[in-house]
Write a protein that binds this ligand. Structure first.
Ligand SMILES: Nc1ncnc2c1ncn2[C@@H]1O[C@H](COP(=O)(O)OP(=O)(O)OP(=O)(O)O)[C@@H](O)[C@H]1O
Length: 348
């Protein structure tokens, strides 16, 4: 649906040049929710604005729905842009128009009759669940309500693609969740391809199927969200994942000599990480029973991403050392990552 081929974007000239996008190639499929994550300045906004040519790339080709946008005339581009809706962090609503007026605005030049336009706007307001506010002005709405209106407006011309530039970054966590659910509904119900730009891994985790990680204008890692979470390659990706998991907290607890991490001879602290989609068995109890070892869980952080558990458990393991070695082998065969964080040695 969206093909970005060798996209570059350079701002400024001479000494002051900024290579905001540096040779990015990405392919986004029809009907998917694709995430682009990166820290501030990585080039995400510039890249997403290259998809609808709000920013004209310095080099490369942009194809959307089989049209090469980079070769279109101004008129052709205007019409192609109708197929690409966009929403923003600060909503960008027109303050002097009502909710109805904002959503009706993109229909101005359309061939629909007056009644059809009204029906269309009301249908959109219903879809985003804000029909009771049609006569309100933007300054009478909460952030979440404003974003709902912005989504309705972005959908007015029946786009095939919806670009979301930090669409939830100005919202509280609860409202963020409800807007993400709405984007999911728009994707499923209308079959719209959604591209989400964010600096929050929680957003990616919540709705995206695939993700590209950006750093210094380049895509440094790309793949299915589950695989990226399970096996992040790049330090920047690990940093993002760290922000959403508490499994790394064990190092902090050990450093501060927390009572929960004090172990006796014969015990060891292990971290078990679930990195495959097929981990579904009750592994802890199976291991404990089959190998006659004790596993006392210090804490767990397991979430469901794309219908599979991911995360892990930090536990104190004790028992016969040969049995522990066999248990670790068994866990590794089940594709569970096993790390010994601290070992108090045998009690012999
Ligand atoms: N119009 C512009 N003129 C000059 N430099 C720009 C312009 N727009 C962006 N840049 C620069 O390009 C780089 C990428 O910016 P961009 O806004 O795309 O990053 P981002 O990842 O979206 O970050 P943020 O989340 O902070 O917006 C930055 O160094 C930025 O300063």
């Amino acid at each position: 649906m969206i093909e970005l081929q060798n996209i570059s974007k350079v701002f400024g000239t001479g000494e002051g040049q900024v290579h905001a996008i540096d040779d990015v190639t990405l392919s986004i499929d029809k009907g998917e929710i694709f995430g682009i994550i990166g820290f501030s300045g990585a080039g995400k906004s510039t890249l997403v604005r290259c998809i609808n040519l709000l920013e004209v790339p310095t080099g490369g080709r942009v194809m959307v729905d089989s049209k090469e946008l980079t070769t279109l005339s101004a008129g052709e581009l205007r019409s192609a842009r109708k197929g690409i809706g966009m929403i923003f962090q600060h909503f960008n609503l027109m303050p002097s128009r009502t909710v109805f007026g904002n959503v009706a605005f993109p229909l101005k030049g359309s061939s629909l009759g007056r009644e059809e336009k009204e029906n269309k706007v009301r249908e959109l307001l219903r879809l985003v669940d804000i029909e009771d506010k049609e006569n309100a002005y933007p300054n009478q709405l909460s952030g979440g309500q404003k974003q709902r209106v912005a989504i309705a407006r972005a959908l007015a011309n029946d786009p095939k693609v919806l670009l979301c530039d930090e669409a939830t970054s100005a919202l509280d966590p609860q409202t963020t969740k409800s807007i993400l659910q709405l984007l999911k509904k728009v994707n499923k119900q209308l079959g719209i391809t959604v591209v989400v730009i964010t600096h929050e891994m929680a957003v990616i985790k919540e709705i995206c199927g695939r993700v590209a990680v950006m750093e210094k204008g380049k895509v440094v890692e790309e793949g299915e969200v589950f695989s990226i979470f399970a096996n992040p390659r790049e330090p920047v990706t690990r940093d993002f994942i760290r922000t959403t998991s508490s499994l790394h907290k064990i190092e902090g607890l050990l450093a501060e000599d927390s009572p929960v991490t004090r172990i006796k001879p014969g015990e060891m602290i292990v971290r078990l990480s679930y990195v495959e989609k097929n981990v579904s068995e009750p592994l802890i109890s199976t291991v404990s029973r089959n190998f006659d070892i004790d596993l006392n869980i210090i804490f767990s952080d397991i979430e469901i991403i794309q219908d599979a558990p991911i995360g892990g458990t930090v536990a104190i393991m004790s028992g016969d050392r040969d049995q522990i070695a066999l248990a670790m082998k068994y866990l590794a065969e089940k594709n569970v990552g096993v790390e010994v964080i601290q070992d108090a040695g045998t009690n012999l």
